[in-house]
Design a binder for this molecule. Structure first.
Ligand code: 5RP
Length: 233
């Protein structure tokens, strides 16, 4: 395991300390979230947790969690998710996020909006002053609207790139849509861009997560840091 993976693993494991028996848990997507899912499964198997049900945020995570024997349930209007643990591609100083590197941003946002607590786990390389510094914004777009939405994104500045698979075919999300990676450049006010993108009919969802994180757990060379929006780090 390389250093970055070790930091991701440390953050993922720490996040599981916030789970208790009887909880409904949202499972994020990506390598850091998978470290947390593995730890969750371990603590269920060794008897530290009981009566845990989980809602996966992607087919990838569903397969991963199913293989570990976790109890998977659909979203339920009667019961909010207690805690969701998910990764991020970039985290700014206001705890806004870019997500969707794994293409699962739509279901991840649904989970985030239906969870009491959203714990974001990442290694320290994901921290930035302003969103857009390091990572493009993944935007889920209807195939029908691909060219016009690419044009719209470019009219806001920056460049766009249709995400492709290793074989050179368009990457398809779990909903069968395309992902356009929008190199927005640094965003002074990401919420303003989030509002603009949300208004476009051809944009199914975008990877700007504004104000959804309730905790951020960072694996860093100094150890694991638990950051809470509004509290000094
Ligand atoms: C998937 C995501 C992931 O959480 C994000 O890409 C981080 O992935 P990783 O933990 O592998 O670095 O948003 O859609």
């Amino acid at each position: 395991m390389n250093k970055t993976e070790e930091l991701k693993k440390a953050a993922g494991i720490k996040a599981v300390d916030f789970i208790h028996s009887g909880m409904l848990v949202g499972l994020g997507t990506g390598s850091t979230a998978e470290f947390a899912i593995e730890e969750l499964s371990k603590r269920i198997k060794d008897g530290r947790f009981s009566d845990i049900s989980c809602v996966p945020s992607s087919e990838r995570t569903r397969n991963f969690a199913e293989a570990l024997g976790l109890d998977l349930v659909p979203l339920d209007s009667e019961r909010k998710i207690d805690v969701t643990i998910d990764g991020a591609d970039e985290i700014d100083t206001g705890f806004n996020l870019i997500k969707g590197g794994g293409g699962a941003l739509l279901r991840e946002k649904v989970l985030a909006q239906n969870s009491e607590r959203n714990i974001i786990v990442a290694d320290e390389s994901k921290l930035s002053k302003r969103l857009g510094e390091r990572f493009p914004v993944p935007v889920e777009v209807l195939e029908f609207a691909l060219e016009v939405e690419k044009g719209y994104l470019e009219s806001l500045g920056g460049e766009t790139c249709l995400r492709l698979t290793r074989d050179g075919f368009p990457f398809l999300t779990d909903q069968g849509n395309f992902i356009v990676d929008w190199g927005s450049g640094e965003m002074e006010d990401p919420s303003c861009f989030a509002e603009r993108l949300s208004k476009r009919a051809g944009i199914v969802e975008h990877g700007l997560f504004i104000g959804t994180a309730s905790d951020v757990i960072i694996g860093s060379a100094r150890g694991v840091e638990h950051l809470v929006p509004g509290e000094p780090g």
